[in-house]
Design a protein around this ligand. Sequence first.
Ligand code: F6R
Length: 236
Amino acid sequence: MKLVELNNYEEISEYAANIIAEEIKNNPDCKLGLATGSTPVGLYKVLVDKYNKGELDFSKVKTVNLDEYKGLSKEHEQSYFYYMNEHLFSKVNINLENVNLPNGLAEDETEECIRYGKMLKEVGERDIQVLGIGENGHIGFNEPDEIFTKRTHCIELTESTINANARLFEHKEEVPKYAYTMGIKEILNAKTIILIAYGEKKKDILKKSLNGEITPATPASILQLCKNLIVITQSK
Ligand code: F6R
């Protein structure tokens, strides 16, 4: 594991974006695993800036996202497709046929999990997987549990996650109760994993995840087993 401790959010975003930018330059048809949430907003901004300067070409890049709320359409402002479109897809020359997220409106939950898992298998090992971490240690939406779930599944979100994400909705009741998420084995199928953590609320859980027991009760603790994990966080 490589631990990179930086001074502020801007430096964290820049550092993470530079790793991804180098990958795109060296490997134009690279496969990226992407995350949503507040943490990677800055990293996408840096990537868009680089694209606008003519430094990056996304035309052959393929992406898979970690998760999507069940019940939200692509057009819903809080859906993860909407987020990705706002922060990255609509701002660069990525081919929308090369981007993948679970379909929040899928009629059949089981079928949707099978479809997404199959797609992930076909894409194979990603070059880079970006991760944030939940206040309860979740990665993707793999919430604390008694087992690590390997494959894509639909999960009931915990109260902690609903509360943390309520800030983005007008009323807490609007936060979806379920979400589709890549499973742990699928998340780990990447040559390099970049975990970004920023803010007071993430300090203790990050420490516990990186140094504590490896247990599904702290899903991010599984990352201790990754060969190539880069943790980018703040120094104080
Ligand atoms: C988002 C995701 C989540 C977030 C985590 C942290 O796609 O998979 O695991 O990374 O909830 O979210 P923020 O960055 O909003 O604190």
